[in-house]
Design a protein around this ligand. Structure first.
Ligand SMILES: NC(=O)c1ccc[n+]([C@@H]2O[C@H](COP(=O)([O-])OP(=O)(O)OC[C@H]3O[C@@H](n4cnc5c(N)ncnc54)[C@H](O)[C@@H]3O)[C@@H](O)[C@H]2O)c1
Ligand SMILES: O=C(O)C(=O)C[C@@H](O)[C@H](O)[C@H](O)COP(=O)(O)O
Length: 540
């Protein structure tokens, strides 16, 4: 195989496959090919004449062969004739193409606009007779097949060809991490500009009412989500919760349960959580508990929520006794990490998110650490207002994809945290204690950064790693603008809180430590003097 199409466009007659496909190719500076035009070249006559002379089955054979050839050797944007995906061999070829990373885009136009375009100029043998009635009949047959065959679904109602092309490009350049596992209903984390446009597709057609739970600082993004939901035909209840940790309380959850009850939310309705990790934790908790569980989709808006909080099904609230002490494991139906929302993210909250990114590098994917090292200065200088379209956007998208992949690895075989998933808690034993003692004025990712240095010191004191790796923790995290020390509390208070950590069993402390980069082990009941000495070392 020499090349594969960047995207294959399918859709009804008149959907704009050729017009939009050409526009996409032009914007991406790629060649464009239209299967019908190529067939006409090959058979040396117009398609209606070929239909008249040889009939539809012969045409479909020529078409399927040509498509198979192009799928194996065409480096551009390729649009197919309306009926092409109905041929079983073409369906199989498209499945193979997708399995190799390809994008089959279903261009879904407004039926009225598509019918009008399809009728213009005639020359479509499949629309002979009452063209509109034929179009509708074909749509009924083809729409379910198109939905099934395509891995990207683009609605173009009301868009100009340029607008539709931009939407196709956004969706084709999105990255997807698929999360699956024994106890999990599979779902995707979609990362990229415009990912939120998939909201209606991910929610599906069943829910009537959607509770859109969000905080005030991300109002601009929740306005967008609300517009998409209303366009999709849902009734939207806009629910604004207190920002950050004050939103993760039983009082806030109770207020929402009351509202859902008063507004008649049933089991077939759904929740959308939009915001930082605190908002998605709370929204997930409400979804998990309302009528013992309704469908929910997360739209994370902070880096930390994209890489971690919104993706793995840990939902919950804080109690006066500690962080995340009440909650459930309840996976979302999908996560839409739309890079556009990062345009408003403040620098300090972006940097905080790098704490969890680095954690995933330390515990499983060393390439993350390499990318962080290589781009530390630019990451530290993150500025949302100039971020979109900059070279850093691709770097950050790669970091998000890699970090979510690490999360998926742990979650897929241990959703309920019986063992392997605990490794995602690297650095968190001390981090949660710091957050609590600081009354949540310390950001979670910053506390995790200090917690990882603490865990590294403890690992060194117990003979698991050498001093160089401890020093590397400090130098990498510092280069990203993350803290590596904390001096805000007494050891006894910290120790008491670490005993309440969810990994602790009975009176025994349990930690997660490295024994090399990318390799994690449990450290159960370590010597008390090491636990205290490691704490002394992070106070510097
Ligand atoms: N469930 C999990 O697996 C998991 C994993 C990691 C963290 N968490 C939880 O996530 C929370 C931390 O998440 P966080 O760091 O996102 O904090 P956060 O939710 O408190 O958000 C930080 C601040 O950034 C604002 N913000 C978010 N996105 C923005 C945007 N695009 N533009 C402007 N402002 C924006 C928020 O409104 C808030 O003021 C903690 O409660 C932590 O316990 C949960
Ligand atoms: O997904 C997990 O499992 C994690 O531990 C991810 C952590 O990064 C995250 O901070 C999580 O919220 C911590 O959960 P907790 O159970 O320690 O409260």
């Amino acid at each position: 195989m020499t090349a594969r199409p960047h995207a294959v466009i399918i859709g009804m007659m008149g959907a704009g496959k050729t017009r939009v496909g050409k526009e996409v190719a032009h914007m991406l500076r790629l060649p464009f090919a239209d299967a019908d035009v190529e067939i006409e070249h090959e058979v040396g006559m117009k398609i209606p004449a070929y239909f008249d002379k040889h009939g539809e089955p012969a045409f479909r054979e020529v078409e399927a062969d040509l498509i198979a050839d192009f799928l194996e050797d065409f480096d551009g944007i390729f649009s197919l004739g309306g009926g092409a995906p109905m041929t079983p061999s073409t369906q199989e070829a498209l499945v193979d193409y997708i399995a190799q990373g390809g994008c089959v885009v279903y261009l879904d136009a407004d039926p009225k606009e598509a019918m009008e375009r399809a009728n213009r100029g005639g020359g479509r043998p499949m629309l002979n007779g009452d063209a509109n009635a034929r179009w509708k009949k074909l749509f009924k047959e083809r729409d379910p097949v198109f939905r099934n065959v395509a891995n990207v679904h683009v609605h173009t109602r009301g868009l100009t060809p340029q607008g539709a092309a931009k939407k196709v490009i956004d969706m084709v350049s999105q990255r997807t991490v698929h999360i699956d596992g024994a106890a999990i209903e599979p779902y995707d984390v979609v990362i990229g500009e415009g990912a939120m446009n998939r909201l209606v597709d991910v929610l599906g057609s069943k829910p009537v009412r959607i509770a859109l739970i969000h905080t005030q600082p991300v109002q601009r993004h929740s306005d967008r989500a609300r517009a998409l939901l209303r366009q999709g035909g849902y009734e939207v209840s806009d629910i604004v919760i207190p920002d950050a940790e004050p939103g993760k309380t039983i009082t806030v959850a109770n207020r929402i349960w009351e509202r859902l009850g008063n507004e008649g939310f049933t089991r077939s309705d759904a929740v959308v959580g939009l915001g930082g990790g605190a908002a998605t934790d709370l929204a997930g908790f409400v979804a998990a508990t309302w009528m013992r569980g309704v469908r929910y989709v997360n739209c994370p808006t902070s880096l930390l929520a994209m890489v971690d909080a919104s993706t793995g099904g840990k939902t919950g609230i804080n109690t006066p006794q500690g962080k995340n002490l009440v909650g459930s494991f309840y996976t979302p139906a999908g996560v839409l990490a739309d890079m556009n929302v990062l345009a408003t993210l403040p620098n300090d909250i972006f940097i905080e998110g790098l704490g969890e990114v680095a954690k995933s590098g330390f515990i499983r994917d060393p390439e993350i650490l390499t990318v962080l090292e290589r781009h530390a200065a630019q990451l530290r200088a993150f500025d949302g207002s100039t971020f979109l379209g900059s070279p850093m956007e691709d770097v950050v998208a790669e970091l998000i994809e890699r970090t979510v992949t690490v999360k998926a690895y742990h979650v897929s075989s241990d959703l309920k945290e019986k063992g392997l998933r605990e490794f995602l808690n690297y650095g968190h034993t001390l981090a949660h204690a710091i957050e609590q003692l600081e009354h949540f004025r310390w950001r979670h990712g910053n506390a995790v950064a200090v917690g990882m240095v603490y865990a590294a010191e403890l690992a060194h004191l117990t003979g698991h790693i050498d001093q160089d790796l401890v020093d590397y923790h400090r130098s990498l995290l510092t280069s990203l603008g993350l803290p590596t020390s904390w001096n805000g509390g007494l050891f006894d208070d910290v120790l008491a809180l670490m005993h309440r950590d969810k990994k602790a069993r009975g009176n025994e402390l349990r930690f997660v430590v490295l024994d090399s980069i990318g390799h994690v082990v449990h450290l159960d009941n370590p010597p008390a003097d090491a636990v205290e000495e490691a704490f002394r070392r992070i106070q510097q």
